[in-house]
Design a protein around this ligand. Sequence first.
Ligand code: SF4
Length: 430
Amino acid sequence: MKVHLKALGCRLNEAELEQWSQQFRAAGHEIVPNVPDADVLVLNTCAVTNDASGKSRRLMHRMYRENPEARLVVSGCYATLQAKEVADAIGVDLVVPNAEKDQLPQQVMQAFALPVMPAMATEPGETPLFLRGRQRAFIKIQDGCRYRCTFCIVTVARGDERSRTEAEIIAEINTLHQQGIQEIVLTGVHVGGYGSDIGTSLYALVQAVLRETDMPRIRFASVEPWDLPDGFFALFSNPRLMPHMHLPLQSGADSVLRRMARRCKTSEFSELLVQARQNIPGFNVTTDIIVGFPGETEHEWEQSLAYLESVGFGHIHIFSYSAREGTKAAGLPDPVPELVKKQRSQALHLLAERLKHDWLQQQVGKTVPVLWEYGRQETDGQKVYTGYTPNYCKVMVSVSDNKHLENVIAQATLQGVAADGGMLCGSLEG
Ligand code: SF4
């Protein structure tokens, strides 16, 4: 059978897609990149905002229109929150809610009586990730979250915390390494809560991954800035653990953080950064900030900006608050006018650009191993490749076009900040 897999939204949805593709291939089915070529279409939806739900709905309809003969399977947060609406939609043959998505391939093979042909299973060979132009693999380590941040629908859609076993995770990482992957990203809803339901911890898992796999580069996806085990940053003394963490702060004003029901005050966030930066030279911290949360006063906004400036981030993802049906924050008073939200977002973009430029400038002169990913042909017989440094700074090099760098880890000297201020220019060593 030919199976086409598509995910919207977060890295966890992407990680689940990779898990499913491994399971379908192990059962002898083929993963195909294009909708019209498939017998079965699988869509992993997102519902983090109303816009995301709309996008999921439109893509679901478009996949059906592009291939009405194929079986259409819909999973993910939108399919979980609007299960009836999705099940009643034209062309949908199967809805798999988040709680059952780890068994999605089995459910699909049962529901459509697809044969299981391990004999046909393709040798590990190359991972389908390369088919999709990807050199980095997202690894789902846990799902769900025990917290109830007032703006968050994910905790509603994904349910309680449940961790995969270390053995499962290690096996998946070793398979991907055999298939040529050199970098993985440990992903979940509440990564810091890993193991809380199976008597282990994120610390123990990382130790096991470092001990029982040879994966050259290991990263974390977004990690809430609390529940990190004691001594966590000592793990980064191992050079295979990349010195970067994305720690969503969401606001730089404690009174706003309280209304968000966040478990981390600005003082605690600062302590975490001191620990990280003291232990690990060049440790990069990136974050998420929600602009215009209900009730955000001018004073709170100024406080937030001042705090963000004092911390210094390698990158800030900026989200303009939009009320999400089904969350507590959607019922909070004093919504911030759209014009004010826009002005604050613009001010934060300017600050974020300056902080990023300062951060990239600090990298200039270093020689570091980069995992090169994408190559683009230039007119003058040169090729430009981009990739990421260990501390997650994007860098580009120009090489002669007979040099192939896709999925190669090679040293580069960082020579300057590119004109757009968003990445570094480097030169290849050796
Ligand atoms: S910790 Fe993260 S996933 Fe959990 S409720 Fe808060 S924002 Fe949502």
